[in-house]
Design a protein around this ligand. Structure first.
Ligand code: UDP
Length: 235
């Protein structure tokens, strides 16, 4: 087992499956089973989930909703996804805690770093909801921040592409994949791994990132086993 404590970042959009909006139940259960497979290995798992399948502040701002209001709506969307993921994990008899960056006591515990770490030590899967709790950030930034706070060994960014490419592989057929790349190379080549705020936070705090395809069954476990899956961003 290569990593003992991980932070898994799932985008909200990934939860849509083939739908245009919202949550696809099959996809949700698929992710829950992938997470279960690494929990069974004894990995301590924290998860940050996005909200793009429901609401994005920036897009809402283009439609006339004030940006900060839209961002709070986006943060609430991440809590909706967090509840759904929590409930999917619990159907597999996994112990979970949802911790929110915005207080909503009936639904989630408030985010307290020491408490999050304690849950992880006890083998509970911790889901961080409501992003950073601040507008003008993304859930990628929340993932970097929380990963550093809980001293995770790595951020695993689960996406629908299987790593970082020289160009967007969905648009450019000649694009090739990196198996490893350094933080400096990502800056120099202007590649898009995470937004720059999130990426820089990882760089400055020496936190490696692995970008991999979460939709391929068994991939998450392969990453934990140390197999060459996706792209590793390192120093
Ligand atoms: N958001 C925010 N602050 C945060 C995290 C998220 O304001 O710390 C808002 C922002 O409007 C964002 C939305 O929540 O667009 C959903 O998050 P994100 O776009 O990161 O989700 P993903 O792309 O991963 O589905």
């Amino acid at each position: 087992m290569k990593y003992k404590r991980i932070l898994l970042k799932l985008s909200g959009e990934a939860l849509m499956g083939d739908k245009q909006f919202g949550i696809d139940n099959n996809r949700l259960m698929q992710y829950a089973r992938e997470i279960q497979s690494i929990h069974d290995m004894g990995v301590e798992i924290a998860i940050v989930i996005g909200g793009g399948n429901i609401f994005r502040g920036l897009q809402a701002a283009e439609g006339g909703i004030e940006r900060t209001q839209g961002d709070y709506m986006g943060m609430l969307a991440t809590v909706i996804n967090g509840i759904a993921l929590q409930s999917a994990l619990e159907t597999l008899n996994l112990k979970t805690r949802l911790l929110s960056a915005i207080k909503m006591e009936q639904i989630a515990e408030p985010f307290i770093r020491r408490r999050a770490v304690r849950h992880l030590e006890k083998g509970r899967i911790v889901i961080f909801g409501a992003g950073t709790g601040n507008p003008y950030f993304t859930t990628d930034s929340a993932a970097s921040l929380r990963a550093i706070e809980i001293e995770a060994d790595v951020i695993l960014k689960g996406t629908r592409v299987d790593g970082i490419y020289t160009a967007d592989p969905e648009k450019d057929k000649t694009a090739t994949k990196y198996s490893t790349i350094t933080f400096n190379e990502v800056y120099e080549k202007g590649l898009n791994v995470m937004d720059l705020t999130a990426f820089t936070l990882c760089n400055e705090n020496k936190l490696p990132i692995i970008v991999f395809n979460i939709n391929a069954s068994g991939n998450l476990k392969r990453v934990i086993d140390g197999e060459q899956v996706g792209t590793l961003v390192n120093f």
